[in-house]
Design a protein around this ligand. Structure first.
Ligand code: BGC
Length: 372
């Protein structure tokens, strides 16, 4: 079968490779599921891996099959798989409990304390930019056919579900927390999906991006579901509180770390700032008013939390939110899926769109590997 792989630490090394088609029997205990890949998404992490900034090959191998955003159809199941059958649509979770930490043992590998983590298409495990994969049913999420068209968005949504779940859990420290006003920093793929998830939860949502709003689809998508959009070229996050008030919840998804310090100063009392950008660079930020930020965090009982990856529960929350979104805002998710590239062999086109997304007006770029 065909797959797209990179050589870690080698820039622009992506190439098409031939691999053996996996088998149900590759997975132990009769729990194997063979999945035909239908669609796979591409994101900044894939770009960084191909730029040699990130990514680790499986032990004993010198290449890594890319891809963690996935959607496929079950072809065959092992004798101990009762929850899935051929023809079912599925999405695989990304991280695997290969480590030794207690969290790996209880299905919370997204909270692993091991420094080495195992993620399909990212770290130590081959990914889903391939025609087939075999996986244990334990890591597959069943997707209703009605949301098949947009289900390749489930993995990025799972990241947001985890972040919002963390916020909810942390805020249980307050006997009453009735958040109302939220800011989403960054309106790329993750940012827009966060705007959606927060609108579904009834928040007043303010999205911030770099680009000016006129003719910008991302801005239009914010407005279409009742959120505002501002370009930080016209209204800084700091100044935005004069217009919108302080934020009870802020979700950061820009990939630009200096904005975090600005966000910290726009939180309401008891508010929570959720960080989700994996900033692989070495940027330093001068002029941070650290005394002021520290004092406000202390005097206002404010919280900042980092969140990465997602476990089964967050994917399942994501399935429900996609279904709710399709009911409340029909067609909105499809509008985000701006760039479809047919066939894994066209991976260069995908990287071109990832590198120059702004010029293409791309929000979500994905491969169609096989027809739904
Ligand atoms: C993926 C996550 C992963 C993270 C860090 C993100 O792009 O969506 O599943 O945990 O990168 O590797």
């Amino acid at each position: 079968m065909k797959a797209v792989a990179i050589t870690p630490k080698e820039k622009n090394s992506a190439k098409l490779v031939e691999m053996d088609k996996p088998k149900v029997s590759d997975i132990k205990d009769g729990r194997g599921v063979l999945v035909e890949v239908l669609r796979v998404g591409a994101c900044g992490t894939d770009r960084e891996i191909n730029n040699a900034e990130y990514g680790v090959a499986p032990a004993g191998e010198d290449f890594l099959v890319l891809g963690h955003e996935n959607f496929g159809r079950v072809v065959e199941v092992g004798e101990n798989v009762w929850e899935l059958e051929p023809g079912d649509f599925v999405v695989a979770t990304v991280r695997r409990p290969c480590g030794t930490s207690i969290y790996d043992l209880i299905g919370q590998q997204d909270f692993t304390t091991d420094n080495e983590y195992y993620e399909h298409g990212i770290s130590r495990l081959h990914g889903f930019w391939a025609e087939f994969y075999a996986e244990s049913a334990d890591f597959l999420i069943k997707v209703p056919p009605k949301i098949a068209e947009v289900a390749v968005l489930l993995e990025p949504i799972s990241i947001i579900e985890k972040g919002l779940r963390q916020a909810k859990d942390i805020q249980k420290r307050l006997d009453i927390w009735k958040p109302k006003n939220a800011a989403v920093l960054g309106t790329g793929n993750v940012g827009l999906l966060t705007v959606l998830a927060l609108r579904l939860r009834g928040f007043e949502v303010h999205g911030f991006g770099l680009q000016l709003p006129d003719g910008y689809l991302n801005a239009e998508l914010c407005n279409a579901i009742g959120a505002t959009y501002d370009s930080t070229r016209e209204l800084s996050v700091t100044d935005s509180v004069k217009k919108y008030g302080e934020y009870d919840l802020i979700f950061e998804a820009t990939g630009y770390s200096p904005i975090v310090f600005e966000a910290m100063q726009t939180l309401n009392e008891n508010g929570i700032l959720i960080l989700s950008s994996v900033t692989g660079g070495d940027r330093k930020t001068d002029g941070v008013p650290s005394d002021l930020i520290n004092q406000e965090f202390v005097l206002g009982n404010r919280v900042m939390v980092g969140t990465v990856n997602a476990n089964r529960e967050h994917f399942e929350m994501g399935v429900k939110d996609i279904a709710l979104a399709e009911a409340m805002y029909p067609g909105w998710l499809s509008r985000m899926m701006t760039h479809k590239v047919e066939g894994l062999e066209n991976f260069e086109k995908v990287f071109d769109i990832l590198e120059n997304g702004g010029d293409y007006g791309a929000i979500k770029t994905y491969f169609e590997v096989a027809k739904i």
